[in-house]
Design a protein around this ligand. Structure first.
Ligand code: 3PG
Length: 210
């Protein structure tokens, strides 16, 4: 799968933090049942790679990606675990080289938040980006401004995006989808309230541009 297919698969990409391995499959299943297939599992907990592997093996229809990729090792380890795409909060020269090179391991959605970062990432061969941290880095106004000089760049704004603000982001011509943690709140995961997460996913899957 190419990054553009990942971004076009649905209006919202959930950003998941999985603390307990036992929650991985029921959480992913609830999201998929709610209509959200593309899942970003962040490398923010010690069991993240195991969770990626388990979901990739056991949850049919889940498209499993890895998030919070900070370096080339993260990319390689996630590919080995079964992730099919990667997301990073920013981009370093080393990561760009690995991700764009012959042994790319995984298609990467790199994070950017300024014009210069965008220019450097475009030079490295990327055209699709996570705009992070979206809300703190200027939100919709910033994306509208970036559309002028960088009309060919496509974004997935993430960071401070909510179910309320997502439709406004989705209405922008340079936004393919948004990302967020709100579909899988920590308290709902702790309570194993999969029905609630399924219903949040249903709402997210039905979001349209405003
Ligand atoms: C990310 O890494 O994309 C952010 O942690 C998203 O967080 P938020 O949706 O809770 O703002």
């Amino acid at each position: 799968m190419q990054i553009i297919d990942i971004l076009k698969a649905g209006p919202v990409m959930p950003v998941l933090r999985i603390e307990k391995l036992e929650d991985a499959v029921p959480l992913a299943s609830a999201l998929v049942e709610g209509g959200i297939n593309v899942l970003e599992i962040t490398l923010r907990t010690p069991i993240a790679l195991e969770a990626i592997q388990l979901i990739a093996e056991e949850v049919e229809d889940a498209v499993v990606g890895v998030g919070t990729v900070l370096n080339s090792d993260d990319l390689k380890r996630a590919a080995d675990a079964g992730a099919v795409f990667a997301v990073s909060p920013g981009l370093t020269d080393a990561l760009a080289q690995t991700a764009a090179g012959e042994h790319a391991f995984l298609p990467l959605l790199p994070g950017v938040s300024t014009s210069s970062e965008l220019m450097r990432a475009c030079d490295a061969g990327f055209s699709h980006f996570k705009f992070f941290p979206a809300d703190a880095a200027g939100g919709r106004a910033m994306l509208k401004s970036l559309y002028g000089p960088f009309a060919d760049c496509v974004f997935c704004p993430t960071g401070g995006v909510t179910v309320e603000t997502a439709p406004d982001y989705l209405a922008l011509p340079n936004v393919a989808c948004v990302g967020g943690t709100w579909l899988a709140p920590a308290d709902a995961i702790a309570d194993k309230d999969w029905a609630h997460i399924r219903s949040l996913a249903q709402v997210a899957a039905g979001l349209t541009p405003r």
